[in-house]
Design a protein around this ligand. Sequence first.
Ligand SMILES: NC(=O)c1ccc[n+]([C@@H]2O[C@H](COP(=O)([O-])OP(=O)(O)OC[C@H]3O[C@@H](n4cnc5c(N)ncnc54)[C@H](O)[C@@H]3O)[C@@H](O)[C@H]2O)c1
Length: 320
Amino acid sequence: MTTMITGGTGFIGSCLAKILIDEGETPVLYDIAPVQGPLSEHSGRFVFERGSLEHFPILMDCVERHAVDRIFHLGGMLSLPSENDPWKAFDANVVGTRNILEAARVRNMRQVIYGSTIATYSKDIPGDTIDDRTIQRPSSLYGITKTFGELLGRWYHRRFGLDFRGVRLPSIVGPGAKTAHMSIYNAWAIEYSIKGLPYTLNCEPETRCPALYYKDAALALNGLAAADPGRIRTRVYNIAGITPPFSARELVRAVEERIPGASLSFKPDAVVVELLRELGSLKISDACARTEWGWELSYPLAAMVDDFIEEFERHRSYFL
Ligand SMILES: NC(=O)c1ccc[n+]([C@@H]2O[C@H](COP(=O)([O-])OP(=O)(O)OC[C@H]3O[C@@H](n4cnc5c(N)ncnc54)[C@H](O)[C@@H]3O)[C@@H](O)[C@H]2O)c1
């Protein structure tokens, strides 16, 4: 029995790989990008296979050679890269997800776990709460492709009995995030301060954004995978993140308490402020994840900042 992680060398994938390694597995990491960061310290305890999601023969060959019977599907393109290169994003996220589900069907796999996103929701949400029944009508290509992945997975479950499950993650915070995105200030305010560099947050002190520590994201995926199938009714679950969402001011205070020389300031970008005002005012309900498979947050704001600093210091050479 072998577990494959697509996007296995990525930010969340490599964190999940470490959890599976600690549980005694030797996961197969399928990705177009090489292994980097702290995961390199565990070489020999995972298998890296370089390949793209849209190349079905390469994917099937990998699945067959390693007798893969479970996939965590985290590979694909995120929001900004998808808007910048929509056709490539379509291939990676739409064709890629079809290929993963098809490989799982052909090989009669025991499970596929999907990393979706709260970006599958749009601005025109009725009321002020997003729950697992809220209509998904995303406007970004990223959101559209991820909604498709959720729906296709549900169809494979209904039509072929595939044990497909997924989580919709909020913005993920952790050390070593390289790609700038709307809420990257959450990670970079901490990371720049550890490095002794000044950092200007491009939001307002009161800006709030639903966020989750990267270890909690990996724990959510693994927890969902382990849940009793009899309790899985909703199938794809919202994960609200740190609740209520912390403000940028609260983050700055938490960093300054731990790193006295931190030099953090604000220069709000109108677009970021406006987009996050909408998102930060919405309540995300993850009641179904809590009641159906016992999801619980392990890293609230203070624990997240503490662990971020510890992780960074432990693996400093990879992050500089
Ligand atoms: N980071 C976040 O804030 C966030 C929030 C919600 C959901 N998610 C979801 O979680 C998953 C993992 O995100 P992440 O933060 O680890 O991102 P990441 O960019 O670090 O990881 C994605 C990985 O997919 C690989 N990849 C991209 N295109 C590929 C292709 N065509 N074939 C094979 N591999 C390919 C990349 O090389 C990368 O290693 C994604 O599916 C994303 O949609 C992320």
